[in-house]
Design a protein around this ligand. Sequence first.
Ligand SMILES: Nc1ncnc2c1ncn2[C@@H]1O[C@H](COP(=O)(O)OP(=O)(O)OP(=O)(O)O)[C@@H](O)[C@H]1O
Length: 691
Amino acid sequence: MTSGGGIQIPSRLPLLLTHEGVLLPGSTVRFSVDSPRNMHLVSQRLLKGTSLKSTIIGVIPNTRDPERDSDDCTSEHRVDKTYFVCYLLFNTIHSVHTLSHLLFLSSCRIGTAGIAVQVVGSNWPKPHYTLLITGLCRFSVSSLLKERPFVLAEVKQLDKLEQYTTPAREGVTAEDGELGELSQKFYQAAVQLLGMLDMSVPVVAKFRRLLDSLPRETLPDVVASMIRTSNKEKLQVLDAVSLEERFKKALPMLTRQIEGLKLLQKTRKMSPDHENRVLSVRKGGVFPGRQFSLEEEDEDDDGDDTAAIERKVHGANMPEAALRICLKELKRLKKMPQSMPEYALTRNYLDLMVELPWSKSTKDCLDIRAARTLLDNDHYAMDKLKRRVLEYLAVRQLKTSLKGPILCFVGPPGVGKTSVGRSIARTLGREFHRIALGGVCDQSDIRGHRRTYVGSMPGRIINGLKTVGVNNPVFLLDEVDKLGKSLQGDPAAALLEVLDPEQNHSFTDHYLNVAFDLSQVLFIATANTTATIPPALLDRMEVLQVPGYTQEEKVEIAHRHLIPNQLEQHGLTPQQLQIPQESTQDIISRYTREAGVRSLERKIGAICRAVAVKVAEGHKVTKRDASTPEDSAQQGKSQSSLCICVLLCWDGGLTLYRQWMVSGKLLLVASQILSVYHLHARLSLCYMFSD
Ligand SMILES: Nc1ncnc2c1ncn2[C@@H]1O[C@H](COP(=O)(O)OP(=O)(O)OP(=O)(O)O)[C@@H](O)[C@H]1O
């Protein structure tokens, strides 16, 4: 095998006839073997041989063994007798052709001698072997020695194997004239290509490693086997026996690949992370392995995402403990692939942490006189409550320390507890957030779920803070008396910490798992009764009773607040609908039975809706008729003198309760029966237009 210091391949080589791929010297290719001749080669030569010599075979590319095709025919048409006779005849002729074909092969084809580095056999779906062969050198077939059981040929080695063991400087150099220039050009092109490729791809990594360590002579074969080339092109390189010709054949392929990449990069604008990756490899001469690249890629892929969160985390102005947790989570997030379910959980957690108003607050603009005016304007009566609220606010104005009592307004429904809470927020110039506690029976509603649970989320307090975006809002805990209890814990107990000024500076939501200072939040609670409020909770609050209203108070509330509000809500003007005090009194005494004014408000709303329909219809009619200036004047007059007559009818009897709003002639335009009270009564409206 060795002659004169150089390595020689055996002069007789078993030949593997393959049509699958082209094995070039210096490359490794996997071949699937299933034709009888090739199968014999593997079983009788490769598997039985014990020496290195026995693992060297010749690979003749682009050759389909004719016997394999005929074998296929046999199996497919085994039962067809007529075909079988034909097949025998055909095979006799064909065997001559096969021999000549192989002889033709042996006279003009070039193959690659290679070492079978791996042989894997399998019986599924049919018996076959898979060979992993590393190419050594070119050879030409001198003569065919035998055809069966596998092809054996006398071969002539074309490449000198010692070339592959010579260091680069002793191989082709620039001083070697045209060949030297060619090889230098080829090397530079290969380096250029490398600079444009994604280094995390294994084949590129291999390419980079090989580029500097291999002798230049081997580059055309190695590069041609690695870049995107067709089998035909690889065959051209294989057939190029002279080194110069080989460089000339392979260089255009390499240049084409570079141009193609350039074009691709032009159209698909390079992403910055890709650029970074390429740059990092260009700078550090050592190419990182696959594992390293993957980690790097993960970081780069979501680099923007995590970088943005990191910026937000640092900008959120959160306390040190929270910041530490965020940075820890961020570190974990960076290491996680985005496809991991925990990635989304951690991401959501960090999003919430950066959105929370750790140190964002509104400035209180408390002026007791203005507060009194505002409360008076918003609410009629409720003197006792308003007085206490003003006292409370005055103390706050004098003493900025916020450790005051938690006010709890207790009274029947609709007496204005919630709306007073809203007014307090307005007088203070703070954000207002209402937390409805009616029916809440799970303590995690208040404190949140631990992050270990699927679908965990923060409690209502933290959610409320996120919504308002400041850490000093007015939180109205509505209906504290309707808190429930269940196996999931007692939400009232969770509220104890929230409402205790001594404790709530370090309120810890289970989801956040870090303390949030609630001491700046102004809590106001409302309830219909104190009977169902847990004593411990009641003890933390100052109860302010809000009694129901008298008839006179209700009439005043209706005319000062409810009717103007409803008119505005329904897009009506006071000229279009005027409800006299007597009518209001009647509605209160006959159609509402309540301590508050919610039902009364609904009745007024019903009247407004009915009037809105009529006004809208009136608009249409007048638009159509108002073609002349006289018509327009008439229309304005009619609208301004629109009045209402309330007809109350119940149990079939009709009571006309007529109120003439304008003097003069009145015309009944329309009447509508509105369903107001389910069985007893109906409210009928008549619209009268002045002529
Ligand atoms: N004194 C008042 N002055 C003006 N409007 C009032 C007054 N009392 C109640 N209202 C109005 O009555 C309506 C109902 O009030 P609100 O929702 O505050 O009642 P509540 O006491 O909170 O009822 P609930 O206990 O059912 O929650 C609101 O539109 C409110 O403006």
